[in-house]
Write a protein that binds this ligand. Structure first.
Ligand code: PLP
Length: 358
């Protein structure tokens, strides 16, 4: 069966698995805020209708200003995009046809975007289980590449890489004119500061990718941004389609940035639920990744690959994300989002039934 390459849109998964989709499903394959978009977006929706008639601001000036205040960086360090995905596809145009390394397992779009720019892509696969950055192996490789992609907190593991190791990597990249692209799409799900934005002026070889679609559950609206040295922003701005960010997304983004309480409550919920889930996994003999964010990897150690558990959950209307297209995981694990308590309870019930029928 040829599984879809991303989470969300569960009907594609049922079709690929040749299973009838139950009337209601719980989609654990999409890792956005389980509380949905902030209420203020719905409240303003009709007021924003007027903005669809004119062209949006191609520079997203208002939103950029707001982000620069929030991030304590200059506006010249920011480029707004139609979701992190647009920015991911833009970045490899800076090193078209060159050698690129991706620290795996990681989001599959980096490879896709680099291949579209005729880059030669290689993978640095981390040790399964703890997925920590092994600098002794990684740093000597840096000189071979013009760009290195990584994601922290990482999708699909949820693991945050060691700060000292990343700083060494950025420094080594600078020595060898190698761009270090760090995807921070999930950084705001953790209360600790895991970002590298304070290093952006110091390192012109550093690019950070951010998404607003995860924390604020506006994946259908599309909004993200990139943080880099002004020289990099200037080059990427020339490459970005002129009106790629729509007017409603920008208005929604402005409101999202004010949602401090919503962010705090989300983090608190995610932390509480993750502890509860992990306790269950330990008791029931499941393996899981040490995630710091709103999703994690799960595996039944009794299985060589996760397909039987995947199908069992699908039949119960619970949709996990397969890991067949993540180098280094190759289908052995399932990625599951942390959702609202009731939904997580249904997952636990199903996993309990799985363990007890064996
Ligand atoms: C790690 C990571 N980066 C970036 C993106 C793209 O996010 P968006 O385009 O919705 O902002 C995703 C989406 O799943 C992701 O998982």
């Amino acid at each position: 069966m040829k599984m879809p390459s991303h989470g969300s849109n569960p009907h594609y998964v049922y079709k690929a698995a040749n299973l009838k989709q139950p009337e209601t499903v719980l989609d654990f394959s999409v890792n956005v805020n389980p509380f949905g978009a902030p209420a203020i977006i719905k409240e303003n929706w009709m007021k924003w209708f007027q903005f669809i008639e004119d062209y949006p601001d191609p520079h997203s000036a208002e939103l950029k200003k707001e982000l620069s205040i929030k991030e304590k960086i200059d506006e010249n360090n920011i480029l707004i995009g139609n979701g992190g995905a647009e920015l991911i596809s833009l970045v490899p145009q800076l090193f078209n046809g060159k050698n690129v390394l991706i620290i795996e397992p990681a989001f599959s779009e980096y490879e896709q975007a680099c291949l579209a720019q005729n880059c030669h892509v290689e993978h640095h696969i981390l040790n399964e289980g703890d997925w920590s950055l092994n600098t002794a192996e990684l740093l000597p490789k840096v000189k071979k590449y013009q760009a290195i992609f990584l994601c922290t907190p990482n999708n699909p593991t949820g693991v945050v890489y060691d700060r000292e190791a990343i700083l060494q990597l950025i420094e080594e990249g600078k020595r060898h004119q190698c761009m270090i692209i760090i995807d921070e799409a999930f950084f705001d799900f953790s209360s600790e500061n895991h970002s590298y934005s304070s290093f952006i002026e110091q390192y012109s070889n550093l690019i950070l990718l951010r998404s607003l679609t995860k924390m604020y559950a506006i994946a259908g609206l599309r909004l993200g941004y990139l943080i880099a040295h002004p020289s990099v922003i200037a080059k990427l701005s020339m490459l970005k389609p002129h009106w790629s960010v729509n007017a409603i997304a920008m208005k929604a983004g402005m409101e999202c940035l004010k949602q401090h309480k919503y962010v705090q409550q989300t983090r608190q919920h995610i932390d509480q639920e993750r502890s509860r889930l992990e306790e269950f996994f330990q008791k029931s003999g499941f393996s899981y990744s040490k995630s710091k964010v709103n999703f994690y990897l799960l595996r039944d150690p009794a299985l060589l690959e996760a397909a039987p558990l995947f199908l069992f959950l699908l039949e119960k209307g619970i949709v996990p994300r397969h890991t067949l297209n993540f180098p280094g995981l190759n289908g052995r694990w399932l990625r599951l989002a942390i959702k609202q308590t009731e939904d997580n309870n249904q997952l636990l019930e199903a996993l309990d039934e799985w363990k007890n029928r064996r």
